[in-house]
Design a protein around this ligand. Structure first.
Ligand SMILES: Nc1ncnc2c1ncn2[C@@H]1O[C@H](COP(=O)(O)OP(=O)(O)OP(=O)(O)O)[C@@H](O)[C@H]1O
Ligand SMILES: [Mg+2]
Length: 246
């Protein structure tokens, strides 16, 4: 069994203090393994982004712990091991499209030439090469979101945290982008958590976790490629393998 990428144990996040405090996340417990493909659903304000920021190490919990056994300490997560596709605009405005995609590659230590080659091939997977010299303000919101996804994949991460990545795309483009994203993930053996309101996105993944009022409900991750575990040997037909940390 591979080491988990992330373990969250009783993780809480409170914003503010006193009577005005918001408990955005309440004692969330879960583990994410290489190759897991998890949809995160829940109403607006239920805590999805808060959860993603915490498991990605962008924010620190008010209670509980987040660790990254297979990835190292929080300081080692970026650039490259965990990447984020944020809910809002995330391209750096003064940099062109190709420069945005190149930047994390250069920070990872690639030569200029190798970074450009990788960035071009990531843009090409999403049919964005023709936009390479545009500034973010010169492209549409949907195109910018596709560039952000290409930028995330270009560094060959172990875990992608994508916060409503297809929210700004029309439905045909959303499905196409998701297919490219999932295909690339399979090639990399990377894991993904996608927060989404779109049931067609959720149904393409291996499990659906849900949030409500800061409470995370996890389901086991369907990993049919795993060898049969004890549940199967006991004669149940389950292919599910529990990932919930007790
Ligand atoms: N920096 C912050 N300061 C204060 N409150 C915050 C902050 N960030 C989030 N919250 C509050 O925490 C709760 C959870 O917010 P969060 O952004 O995680 O929800 P969400 O499920 O991602 O919603 P959406 O689907 O609209 O993106 C909300 O009540 C929100 O107002
Ligand atoms: Mg959100």
């Amino acid at each position: 069994m591979a080491e988990p990428l992330v373990i969250a144990n009783g993780v809480s996040r409170r914003f503010g203090s006193g009577p005005a405090a918001t408990d955005a996340l309440r004692e969330a417990t879960c583990a994410i393994y290489p190759g897991d493909r998890i949809a995160l659903t829940g109403p607006s304000g239920s805590g999805k982004s808060t959860f993603m920021h915490l498991i990605g190490g962008l924010d620190v919990p008010s209670g509980g712990t987040v660790t990254w056994p297979a990835l190292g300490p929080r300081a080692a997560l970026r650039p490259g091991r965990i990447v984020d596709v944020f809910q809002g605009p995330s391209l750096l405005p003064p940099l062109s499209v190709i420069e945005n995609v190149r930047l994390p590659l250069v920070l990872q230590g690639l030569s200029d030439r190798a970074a450009t080659k990788h960035a071009e091939s990531a843009l090409s997977a999403f049919t964005l090469v023709h936009l390479r010299d545009k500034l973010p303000e010169e492209i549409s919101g949907g195109q910018a979101q596709r560039v952000a996804i290409a930028r995330a994949l270009a560094v060959r991460p172990a875990l992608i945290l994508a916060d409503e990545p297809t929210g700004q795309l029309d439905s045909a483009t959303a499905i196409e982008v998701l297919s490219i994203l999932l295909g690339t993930l399979a090639d990399l053996g990377a894991a993904i958590v996608i927060s989404t309101h779109d049931p067609r996105v959720a149904e393409r993944l291996d499990t659906v976790w849900s949030m409500r009022d800061g409470v995370l409900a996890t389901l086991p991750v369907n990993r049919p490629h795993e060898p049969a575990g004890p549940a199967t040997r006991c004669g149940t037909a389950l292919l599910w393998t529990s990932r919930v940390v007790s």
